[in-house]
Design a protein around this ligand. Structure first.
Ligand code: TYD
Length: 247
């Protein structure tokens, strides 16, 4: 298992096609399960990705934990451009295209092969973040964003999306505490945006969740870490096939 911090460990290893999930809809094609974690700044999803990866791994699943933007060397290089607070001249369209470029590489190099190998893939942010940050937040055309999301992700769609919802003030206070502690000094471009910008993003996530209730589970991100982790597993486990013994 990889934790959220070690995003590129698997890249040069041949991928074994010993799927835990060969049974989807009678298909014999190995197919994993794709879970995305979404929410505003400081909603606690990165911690929950890490804990879910640990729990699922202990439960016998082969797990890949990754994140966007980033998740592989080329996408990590794009991430560095996107999140650098000095790049405040970046126009919204450039930002959108860079997120799409990073995703295209990440899907091809990490997510698609892991799913094809039957793994459970946990991704910290994915296409819904683009719809909410660049669409609801930056006010770029959401149909265009949806088309770019499809271009970048191909047929890969989340099987389950956990939305960690919390008030903007709570999330931003946590994110600023992280920055002040020196852990995120170069990743503060979005934290510098107005409260209104983050409110639009929160509302965007909630409206996407309301539009797709079968895919989304909305969790209260203002609760404690352990309590939320239990709710995360309660959302995930019933949707997963049992791990194959010996996998
Ligand atoms: P990160 O430091 O990983 O923030 P967080 O811990 O809140 O996930 O930075 C990711 C930032 O990128 C975050 O502010 C949201 C933003 N983002 C977009 O604007 N569009 C996207 O498509 C994605 C994936 C992320």
């Amino acid at each position: 298992m990889r934790l959220a911090e070690d995003f590129s460990l698997d890249l040069h290893r041949p991928l074994p096609y010993n799927s835990a999930f060969t049974k989807r809809k009678g298909s014999t094609t190995p197919m994993g399960f794709f879970i995305t974690f979404e929410g505003i700044e400081g909603c606690g999803k990165s911690t929950q990705v890490r804990l879910a990866a640990e729990h699922l791994s202990h439960a016998g699943y082969e797990v890949v934990a990754t994140r966007e933007p980033g998740g592989c060397p080329i996408a990590d290089a794009i991430r560095a451009i996107l999140l650098d607070a000095r790049n405040n001249a970046m126009v919204p369209m450039t930002e959108l295209l860079l997120y799409a470029a990073a995703r295209s590489q990440h899907v091809a190099e990490v997510i698609e092969p892991a799913l094809a190998a039957g793994k459970v893939v946990l991704c910290d942010r994915f296409t819904d973040s683009t719809l909410c940050y660049q669409g609801f937040g930056r006010k770029l055309d959401r149909e265009l964003i949806a088309r770019l999301n499809t271009l970048a992700a191909g047929a890969i769609r989340p099987d389950l999306t956990l939305l960690m919802d919390c008030p903007v003030e709570t999330g931003l206070a946590r994110a600023m505490a992280r920055i002040n502690a020196g852990n995120a000094a170069r990743e503060e471009r979005f934290e510098q945006e107005s409260l209104l910008f983050h409110e639009r993003i929160r509302e965007g996530f909630l409206s996407l969740a309301a539009a797709e209730p079968a895919r989304f589970v909305v969790l209260d991100g203002s609760r404690g870490i352990e309590e939320t982790a239990a709710l995360v597993m309660k959302a995930i486990l019933p949707r997963l096939p049992a791990p194959q013994s010996g996998s």
